[in-house]
Design a protein around this ligand. Structure first.
Ligand code: ADP
Ligand code: MG
Length: 267
């Protein structure tokens, strides 16, 4: 089916709390250094409700660090992160309660699925709902079953993740992240550990999520996803945003030589 523009998308019943400025995520001058190495150089970024942003760029350009800084898995050195109504100033000490509020708004899916191996698939998707959101077990399991159905894995609920394929495990990881009703989903190369065929089933789930109106930031080397599913593409190199624009524009008519060179190399 043809790519949909963001205007075509309904919001699919997903709750999106908006800041007063109409952005779900707003970064200002977000910086990160490792020693003398500047990994993120004062990044400014706005992501609108329902926007699907793909981040492309060579290895080592700071893409993973950017995602990890957004939910404070990595502590930025400076700048601000605003998610919905919550702003965190990285130059100030941050309280744990504030951090967990921030993290709750952000679902994250990694290259490695990191499921709990000793728990059933159902438990993997239900447990944080009880611990973090205080839902009852019955409520959490009902929601988990809905989400497992949504990613096509209701029949795996009683199994352990080790018995599932890599593509299935990644779809379970997506369901687990969705279970906390995040306002934005971050994906860090979710298909790069998978055989191409298994990657496709994960990409199909991500596309469905995008079409349902979820706000997403996706670090990807899947140029098809960047071109056909995302609304916006951002090219990074050496900790900087090289260019950012509509997916059509960046993928088909890149303005910067660095982007042209990168796209020639990966196509
Ligand atoms: P990408 O995801 O674009 O490949 P990363 O964000 O993983 O890039 O890394 C960006 C740069 O930061 C790389 O040069 C990497 O070596 C460096 N880096 C990442 N994490 C650490 C760390 N914990 N300590 C030191 N350097 C790091
Ligand atoms: Mg990376």
């Amino acid at each position: 089916d043809p790519p949909q523009s963001s205007q075509d998308r309904s919001n699919g019943g997903i709750m999106m709390e908006q800041g007063s400025n109409g952005t779900v995520i707003r970064l200002r001058a977000l910086s990160k250094h490792f020693g003398a190495h500047t990994v993120l150089d004062a990044i400014d970024l706005d992501v609108r409700p329902g926007e699907v942003l793909a981040i492309i760029g060579p290895s080592g350009s700071g893409k993973s660090t950017l995602l990890r800084c957004i939910n404070y898995l990595e502590r930025p050195d400076g700048g601000t992160i605003t998610i919905g109504p919550t702003t965190i100033d990285a130059s100030m000490p941050v309280e744990r309660a504030e951090l967990s509020k921030l993290r709750r708004r952000v679902g994250m899916v990694f290259q490695s699925f990191n499921l709990f191996p000793h728990m059933t698939v159902l438990r993997n998707v239900s447990i944080a709902q009880e611990r973090v959101l205080g839902r009852s077990r019955a409520e959490a399991e009902e929601r988990a079953m809905q989400l497992l159905s949504r990613v096509g894995l209701a029949d795996k609920a009683g199994q352990h993740p080790g018995r599932c394929s890599g593509g299935q495990q990644q779809r379970i990881a997506i369901a687990r992240a969705l279970a906390l009703d995040p306002e934005v989903m971050l994906f860090d190369e979710p298909t790069s550990a998978l055989d191409p065929e298994l990657g496709l089933e994960v990409l199909a789930v991500m596309r469905e999520l995008a079409d349902s109106g979820m706000t997403m930031i996706v670090v990807t080397h899947e140029m098809g996803f960047a071109e056909n599913v995302s609304d916006t593409v951002m090219m990074m190199a050496d900790g900087d945003i090289v260019e950012k624009g509509s997916s059509n524009q960046v993928m088909r008519q890149p303005q910067q030589e660095r982007t042209k060179r990168f796209l020639r190399a990966v196509h």
